[in-house]
Write a protein of this length. Structure first.
Length: 344
């Protein structure tokens, strides 16, 4: 149910809410939403939780992790290939095979694969695989809790570069690394996504899986009280002393808010969902992975421009994309089992 809710929220945000937020006169109010951007962090926590349970129950834990990473990697590689068909090959055809163009297209492809994702919503996959591999490496050496301490330090550093502490001076003394100074924003994004999001929250999910029973015995008040207090305090400071810009990606309160939401996921019984689990799970994956290509196809088919769409057109755009995701899910379910070579 969390994956379904998260997928619907992501599709709604990309199709409707983010364009609308760009029209809000007072951008400062986006600080109020910063601490509530817990969908991606909770996706990582859920993944870390489940993969930990998977490898601890597997006959060969390493083989389980390799299969997990390979399966997701193949799907990701497919979308990277679509990116190459759409951008790389045409750019090579028009710009030629000269050294400068080859270098440029290689650079763009590396950014697409490892930083930005071949499509907007897929940037989270490389940090996810990075977090899973590091978490398993730490578990195999009985170092999960030590890893969490290190991840916490990295998360705090990310607050200086792309989080709540951005308002404070944070110039880096480049020294012998001055050649990299021109890539400052890219390095910050890389560090934020792989360490601030991927490693921190996947590892958090693995630790929660390891301590599942003590975690479930916690009183709800011990989780929601600090989450609310920190969120209000942090948001109040940001609204008072910081100027909003798109470089704010993290907040300290993301951690307690994510833990609180995940606690609720574990505690709420949803027996009826089990009856439709396969369809819900499949639709969630299809909606999350396929909505950006479908949205682009819809813009092309309708001859609409996102920058000039009205609120009604945005709603139609959203509903059409969700209907197409439902149709793909229905077609997939109806396919004979022998024709499905990939189990999602």
């Amino acid at each position: 149910m969390f994956k379904l809710t998260g997928a619907l929220l992501v599709v709604t945000a990309h199709a409707l809410l983010i364009p609308l937020m760009q029209e809000v006169p007072e951008q400062q109010y986006q600080f109020a939403l910063l601490a509530l951007r817990i969908i991606v962090p909770c996706f990582y926590v859920v993944s870390g939780f489940l993969v930990y349970q998977g490898w601890t129950h597997a006959a060969v834990p390493g083989a389980y992790v390799r299969k997990y990473v390979t399966r997701i990697g193949i799907i990701y590689a497919f979308f990277c290939f679509l990116f190459m068909i759409r951008f790389t090959f045409p750019a090579l055809q028009t710009g030629g095979l000269g050294l400068s163009n080859l270098f440029l297209q290689t650079k763009i492809l590396v950014y697409a694969v490892f930083l930005n994702g071949p499509f907007l919503q897929l940037w989270f996959i490389p940090p996810l695989l990075f977090g899973v591999l590091i978490s398993y490496w730490l578990w195999a050496r009985n170092r999960l809790l030590i890893g969490m301490i290190a991840a916490g330090v990295g998360y705090a550093i990310c607050q200086w570069t792309s989080g709540s502490l951005r308002a404070f001076p944070h110039d880096f003394p480049w020294g012998p690394f001055s050649l990299l100074e021109g890539y400052k924003d890219d390095l910050i994004s890389l560090f934020t996504r792989y360490f601030g999001f991927g490693l921190t929250f996947v590892l958090l999910g693995a630790v929660l899986a390891r301590k599942e029973q003590p975690f479930l015995r916690l009183k709800p008040r011990s989780l929601w009280m600090p989450a609310i207090v920190l969120t209000l305090f942090e948001t109040g400071l940001l609204l008072s002393f910081a100027d909003w810009n798109e470089k704010y990606k993290l907040a300290f309160s993301l951690i307690p808010n994510t833990i609180l939401l995940f606690y609720g996921i574990l505690r709420v019984p949803l027996k009826e969902v089990q009856k439709y689990h396969r369809a819900i799970n499949l639709f969630s994956i299809i909606a999350f992975v396929c909505h950006i290509p479908l949205m682009e196809l819809n813009l092309f088919a309708l001859d609409w421009d996102r920058a000039s769409m009205s609120g009604l057109e945005g709603l139609i755009y959203l509903l059409l994309t969700l209907a197409e995701c439902l149709a793909i899910t229905w077609i997939w379910i109806r396919l004979p089992a022998k024709k499905k070579s990939v189990v999602l």
